[in-house]
Design a protein around this ligand. Structure first.
Ligand code: ADP
Ligand code: MG
Length: 701
C-alpha cells in the first residue's frame, strides 16, 4: 500500500463526508486514512464465548448465552407493562425483559427453541435478567457473516450524540480495509519477524480491529506494541549514533593541575565509590572527541555537587570555561557559595549570575566571560540569555533538570560553534525502564550510594491531634541545637486557602515558640526575592531555628544542621515531592526526622503514599510506587516529552517488550548503521515515514 494513499483526508472515505470528518478530527484527532487505521479499539466484545446461566455474575456485560424460552407473560407495573420471559439452559434459569415493542416480540418469539441471547446482565429481585437482549435463533446463526469479536472504539459524547456511533466507526474502518485492499506495507525486517514469530503488519492491523479470536488479538497486540517500541528505540539510538559520529566535541585530553590539586589537597572527604565510578564515566566522555550528553541520577544528598565541580575542573584544566545552572536563585546562590568554599585557595575564578545580579556586576561578568578570564559561571536561566557570551564554553551542567524546560536545555547547545559537553543532574529517581525510554539517547550515570555515616532519616506519620507532642519534640531538638523545617502545601487550584493555612500555621508556631528564645523564618512564593533570600539566609546562618515555608524550599537546599522536617497536610503532596522534601534533612551527622502530619480522613492512595514514605528511604523504590499510583504520564518531567503518548504499548506494563525492542533496534544498527541493507528496506521506509509525519521526537536537544 502506497503510504501517500494513507495520507488521504478522511472526508474522502465512503460514508464520511465533510461533517463527520470535522467531528472525527475535533473529537478523536483523526484527519487521514492512516489516523483511522491507527484508532485502535479500546476492547472487543467477544462473541466467540458462550456463558452458562450458572456462570453469570452481576456485572457481566456484552455476553451471550444459549438457551430457550419456556414461558412468557405480560406483567403490569406502575406505568404500562413489561414483557417477561423465563429463559433456561441446562444449568439454570433467568429472565428476559422488554419494555418496548412488546406486541411484536410476543408474536415473533418462539417458545422452546434454542436462541442465542446477547446483552448486559442485571440482578433484579433476586434473579438474573437481561433487558432488550439481541436475539437470534441458534440454527440461523451464520458465524462467518458476523464479526465474532466486535471492536469498541474510543468515543466521546459529542460523537455519539451526533450519530457517529461505535457501529458507524467500525463500518468506516471496514470500509477502509476494503478501499485499501488491506495490503499494508511491512515495517519490520524479515529476520526479526521470523525470530520473534511476529505476525505480518497487514495481518496485525486487520486483527487489531477485527480479530477472529482472543489469540489472534493477542498476537496482533504484541506485534504492534513491539513495532511501536522498536521504532522509538530505533530513533533514540539513531540519534545517539549520529551524535557520536557527527557531533564532535571538545577533547579534554589531560587531567591537569587543578583537578589533581583539588583531589589531593582540597577534597574535604573521601569520595564514595559511586562518585568515583561516575567521575570515571564522565572523564571518559570528555576525552572521547565526541560531545557528552549524560544524565547523572543521584538521590537527594548523594553528592552530585562535588562531581559537578570536579568535572568543571577538568574543563578548566584543558583551557575551557564551564557553567552550572540551577532552577532557582536560592539554589544558584547556594551552589555558588559551596563551590567557592570547596575551591578554597585554588586559582579558579567563579561568578554568580541571576536575575537579581546588579547591572554593574553583570557588565563585568559579561566581559570576563567573553575574554576568558572567568572560569566558572553559576546561575539561573539568566545564563541562557543571548547577551551571555562565553569565550569557549566547554562544559555546561544543569542541576535538578526537571525544573528546566527542554527548550531551555537545548539553548545551551548553541552557546558555541562546537556544542559544549552537557551534564544533566537530577535527583528525581527515574525507574530504569522509564529512564531508558525517555533518555535513550542520553548516557546515564547513577550515584547509587550515599556518603558514609549518613543515618537514614526516621519517618513517622502523625495525626493533627498529636500536634502538641510534635511541638514538644521540636523543642527538644532545638534545645540540642538543631533546626526545623515546617512545610505547607501550596497547590495552584487552592492557592488562597493554602496561603491562609500557611499564615495560620505560622502564627500558631509563633505562639508556641515565642521570641526571644525562638526565631522563626518564613519563605513563600508571594514574597519578593530579596525578602525570601533574607529569610533563607538567616536560617542558613543558624540565626533562626524554625523555617516555615511552602515547597519553594523543595529543591536542592543544603543545611546540614537542620534535622527535622515537618510536612503539614502531607496527604496532599505527591510521593516524589515528599521524598524531595525529606531529602532536605539527614544531611549532617545527626539523626534526622521527617514527620508527616495529616487529619484522620485519608484516601487509600494517600495512605499508600504515607506508608511508602514511612517504609523506605530509597528514592528508586519510591519512584516505582509513584509510577504505579500515577502512571507514567504524571511522573515529574515526563509530560513535556510527549514520548509517553503511546498508541498501544505501555512503557511500564510492557517493559519486557520494550527491552526486546531495544535489543533488536541495537542489533539492526550495529549491523547496518544507516539502514542501507536490502533486508532493512522495510525498516528504512517505515522509519522515514515516522520521522516525516511526527515530530514529537524533537523533545531532547
Ligand atoms: P545532592 O546530590 O543532593 O546535590 P550534595 O552534593 O548537595 O547532594 O551533597 C550533600 C552533602 O553531602 C553535602 O553536604 C556534601 O558536602 C556531602 N558529601 C558529598 N559527598 C560526600 C562524601 N563522599 N563523603 C562525605 N560527605 C559528602
Ligand atoms: Mg544538589
Amino acid at each position: 500500500m502506497n503510504s501517500n494513499y494513507l495520507q488521504t483526508p478522511i472526508t474522502y472515505l465512503k460514508g464520511v463526508g465533510p461533517n463527520r470528518a470535522d467531528l472525527l478530527g475535533s473529537e478523536l484527532g483523526i484527519s487521514t486514512y492512516q489516523d483511522l487505521l491507527n484508532l485502535f479499539p479500546n476492547r472487543h466484545i467477544d462473541r466467540t464465548q458462550f456463558y452458562k446461566i450458572n456462570q453469570l455474575e452481576r456485572s457481566n456485560a456484552d455476553i451471550q448465552i444459549i438457551g430457550k424460552i419456556i414461558h412468557i407473560k405480560t406483567v403490569a407495573q406502575k406505568r404500562g407493562s413489561r414483557l417477561v420471559a423465563k429463559f433456561i439452559d441446562d444449568t439454570g434459569e433467568m429472565e428476559l425483559v422488554w419494555f418496548r415493542s412488546q406486541k411484536w416480540i410476543r408474536e415473533n418469539l418462539k417458545l422452546n427453541t434454542p436462541y442465542v441471547v446477547f446483552g448486559r446482565v442485571n440482578w433484579y429481585n433476586g434473579k438474573f435478567s437481561m433487558a432488550h437482549p439481541e436475539m437470534e435463533i441458534l440454527k440461523n446463526q451464520q458465524p462467518a457473516k458476523r464479526l465474532r469479536m466486535q471492536p469498541v472504539y474510543p468515543s466521546t459524547e459529542k460523537l455519539s450524540n451526533s450519530g457517529v456511533t461505535n457501529r458507524m466507526i467500525s463500518k468506516f474502518v471496514l470500509q477502509l480495509f476494503e478501499e485499501t485492499g488491506g495490503l499494508f506495507q511491512e515495517t519490520l525486517a524479515p529476520d526479526i519477524l521470523d525470530t520473534l514469530k511476529l505476525v505480518p503488519k497487514r495481518v496485525a492491523l486487520r486483527a487489531i480491529h477485527f480479530p477472529d479470536s482472543q489469540e489472534e488479538l493477542a498476537r496482533a497486540r504484541f506485534r504492534l506494541k513491539f513495532e511501536e517500541l522498536f521504532f522509538i528505540q530505533l530513533q533514540l539510538l539513531m540519534k545517539k549514533q549520529r551524535r557520536q559520529q557527527k557531533i564532535r566535541g571538545f577533547n579534554f585530553e589531560k587531567v591537569g593541575d587543578l583537578f589533581n590539586g583539588f583531589y589531593e589537597e582540597h577534597l574535604p572527604f573521601e569520595l564514595t565509590s559511586a562518585q568515583k565510578k561516575v567521575l570515571r564515566e564522565i572523564r571518559a566522555d570528555l576525552g572521547s572527541n565526541a560531545q557528552m550528553n549524560r544524565l547523572l541520577q543521584g538521590d537527594v544528598g548523594s553528592g552530585k555537587t562535588i562531581v559537578a565541580l570536579m568535572s568543571m575542573l577538568l574543563a578548566i584544566d584543558n583551557g575551557y570555561q564551564a557553567c552550572l545552572m540551577a532552577p532557582t536563585e536560592i539554589l544558584a546562590n547556594q551552589h555558588y557559595n559551596s563551590l567557592k568554599e570547596l575551591l578554597g585557595s585554588l586559582k579558579v575564578s567563579i561568578e554568580l549570575l541571576t536575575g537579581s545580579t546588579r547591572k554593574s556586576d553583570r557588565k563585568r561578568i559579561h566581559e570576563a566571560l567573553e575574554n576568558g578570564e572567568l572560569h566558572i559561571l553559576i546561575g539561573t536561566h539568566a545564563v541562557l540569555e543571548d547577551k551571555v557570551v562565553f569565550k569557549n564554553l566547554g562544559l555546561a551542567i544543569v542541576d535538578e533538570q526537571h525544573r528546566f524546560g527542554v527548550a531551555q536545555r537545548s539553548r545551551l547547545w548553541h552557546k558555541n560553534a562546537t556544542p559544549p559537553h552537557i551534564l544533566v543532574m537530577t535527583a528525581t529517581p527515574i525507574p530504569r525502564t522509564l529512564a531508558m525510554s525517555l533518555y535513550g539517547d542520553l548516557d546515564i550515570s547513577v550515584i547509587d550510594e550515599l556518603p558514609p555515616g549518613r543515618k537514614p532519616v526516621k519517618t513517622v506519620h502523625r495525626f493533627d491531634q498529636n500536634r502538641l507532642k510534635v511541638f514538644q519534640f521540636i523543642r527538644d531538638e532545638i534545645k540540642k541545637g538543631r533546626q526545623v523545617y515546617v512545610v505547607y502545601p501550596l497547590i495552584k487550584e487552592s492557592e488562597a486557602l493554602d496561603y491562609k493555612d500557611l499564615m495560620d500555621g505560622y502564627e500558631s508556631i509563633a505562639r508556641d515558640f515565642p521570641m526571644p528564645d525562638y526565631q522563626i523564618s518564613i519563605v513563600h512564593g508571594q514574597m519578593k526575592s530579596d525578602a525570601k533570600d533574607y529569610e533563607m539566609n538567616r536560617f542558613i546562618r543558624g540565626e533562626t531555628q524554625i523555617m516555615v515555608a511552602t515547597t519553594v524550599i523543595e529543591v536542592g537546599v543544603n543545611i546540614p544542621n537542620a534535622s527535622v522536617m515537618i510536612i503539614e497536610s502531607a496527604e496532599r503532596f505527591g510521593l516524589s515531592q515528599l521524598h524531595q522534601l525529606r531529602g532536605r534533612v539527614g544531611r549532617g551527622a545527626e539523626q534526622s526526622y521527617c514527620i508527616l502530619m495529616t487529619g484522620f480522613k485519608l484516601s487509600s492512595e494517600a495512605k499508600t503514599r504515607l506508608e511508602t514514605m514511612v517504609a523506605t528511604n530509597d528514592g528508586f523504590e519510591i519512584a516505582e510506587v509513584d509510577l504505579k499510583l500515577r502512571g507514567p504520564g504524571d511522573l515529574m518531567g515526563t509530560q513535556q516529552s510527549g514520548l509517553l503518548q503511546l498508541k498501544i504499548a505501555d512503557i511500564i506494563k510492557d517493559s519486557d517488550i520494550l527491552n526486546t525492542a531495544r535489543f533488536y533496534a541495537k542489533k539492526v544498527l550495529e549491523q547496518d548503521p544507516l539502514l542501507e541493507m536490502d533486508q532493512h528496506r522495510s525498516v528504512r521506509q517505515a522509519y522515514s515515514e515516522i520521522t516525516k509525519h511526527k515530530n514529537i521526537w524533537t523533545y531532547i536537544s
